[in-house]
Design a protein around this ligand. Structure first.
Ligand SMILES: [Zn+2]
Length: 452
């Protein structure tokens, strides 16, 4: 190594360790979710930045999500490490305790007051840890009386670049710099629902995701955070397409005189009126046998591997699930049909069995905590909470808190093995000697473009 290179590396180290750069002294992690983004959407010709990011990161071919493969369900699983039967969010639309429709309410996200989302546990861990949550489903509600230091409520009209800029401002906040940030983006899900998988419109949104990843990485570099920040990109579920001939009209088999129905896409909760449970079940069961387009379940018949049935929220209800490629007629489809014909009707939907490949989620992790250029084995999204808790050195949950269902065992494969990597990156102030910092920075120079 020549003297000039040594000087350059030393200067780089000085910048990286500069106490004037106002960020947390803790490990720093940004988790970004793109709703409905299937792992197969990553293609070098369509999403060049994501493709390069994946190559440079620790990433499984896909991440296993939880059933039903819906947005609120899976985002709350990522936030809590819990299966739906434990955190209580069983769909985006469900019945409340008075058998009324419930959609994005405090009650929906508070089945158990002892559930502690990881953004709350991060702040509970003290030591100047602050969380920031940008539009993540369920994030603006207080948990155990606390909301995160930095919160932005979901607003579709906020430009994505502004959301990224706000996230960076939370990380750089003078008084309360965030060490753990979650950010949510509603595409390609929204557009996928309207136009279906494979449409020109969803492709535009996939490209928009790619452009946003590029922007996030550029902002990280601009702020000299490349060797400090850890970046996880993930999704909640994939998407499938339904044509009009595969729409199921539940009204053909049951009546609003015998039950109430809460339906979205391929999933429906059926709430039989008093004394009508057996009649409604047998009508649905006969239709299921005749047509083979959906299955009907009593609470206790739901599959064990779905981890959905052991909850009071299903007491007295029946559950129906459409077969892949089918969905139940609902208000959303009704609206879509106003703008097209039955022949041209093509809608995106999700919520099917989490073992169906089109429902899969994606996961990529990059930064000092994670291996580079590493193809991981698939793991479950309930393991993300233990992963974050582990790498962020969070304290043990209080004795009355609900323990995550996931474990760190399946996600340890993702972690970099460099000593000191959990102390805030290779050049975090006081974490490593200058010699080690120089060596580490030299390595950084060789791989400076690990994000893209
Ligand atoms: Zn959706």
């Amino acid at each position: 190594m020549t003297l000039s290179i040594v000087a350059a590396v030393a200067a780089l180290c000085a910048i990286l360790a500069d106490p004037a750069i106002s960020v947390t002294s803790h490990p720093l992690l940004l988790v970004v979710s793109f709703d409905g983004f299937h792992p197969d959407y990553v293609r070098p010709d369509v999403t060049p930045h994501l493709a390069r990011f994946r190559l440079a990161s620790a990433s499984p071919p896909y991440m296993r999500n939880v059933f039903p493969t819906k947005t609120f369900v899976n985002h709350f699983t990522v936030a809590t490490g819990l299966y739906p039967e434990t955190h209580g969010v069983l769909d985006n639309y469900m019945f409340d305790r008075h058998n009324r429709s419930m959609h994005y309410t405090y009650e929906q996200f508070h089945y158990n007051e002892n559930v502690v989302p990881i953004w709350t546990q991060n702040e509970n861990s003290g030591g100047g840890r602050h969380s920031g949550v940008m539009m993540w489903p369920g994030s603006e509600f207080p948990y155990q009386g606390k909301t995160s230091t930095h919160v932005a409520v979901y607003n579709y009209s906020t430009p994505w670049s502004s959301r990224v800029d706000t996230v960076i401002s939370w990380i750089k906040d003078d008084k309360k710099p965030a060490n753990l940030v979650f950010a949510y983006f509603e595409e390609p899900d929204n557009t996928g629902h309207v136009f279906g998988v494979g449409s020109h419109e969803i492709k535009n949104q996939i490209v928009r995701v790619d452009t946003t990843v590029k922007y996030i990485v550029e902002r990280i570099k601009e702020e000299n955070l490349e060797n400090k920040i850890n970046l996880i990109l993930l999704s909640d579920h994939g998407m499938d397409t339904v044509t009009y001939d595969r729409i199921i009209y539940l009204d053909n088999y049951i009546s609003n005189k015998t039950c109430k129905v809460e339906v979205t896409g391929p999933n429906a909760f059926i709430n039989p009126n008093p004394g009508k449970y057996d009649e409604v079940y047998s009508n649905l069961k006969n239709a299921s046998k005749t047509h083979g387009t959906f299955d009907v379940f009593k609470k206790e018949q739901l599959l064990d591997r779905w981890h959905m049935k052991n909850t009071d929220r299903l007491n007295g209800l029946l559950y129906v699930l459409a077969k892949p490629g089918y969905a139940f007629w609902d208000e959303y489809f009704k609206d879509l049909l106003k703008h097209t014909t039955k022949e041209k009707f093509k809608a995106g939907t999700h919520g099917y069995d989490n073992e169906e490949p089109p429902m899969r989620a994606f996961f990529m992790a990059s930064g000092p905590l994670f291996k580079r250029n590493f193809t991981a084995q698939p793991f479950d999204n309930v393991d993300i909470y233990p992963l974050i808790s582990h790498v962020m050195d969070l304290k043990q949950l209080a004795s009355n808190a609900v323990r995550p269902n996931g474990t760190v065992a399946a996600v340890e494969q993702l972690l970099a093995e460099r000593p000191g990597s959990r102390a805030g990156g290779p050049c975090a102030k006081g974490s490593l000697s200058v010699v080690a910092c120089v060596a580490s920075a030299a390595m950084t120079l060789r791989t400076a473009s690990r994000y893209l």
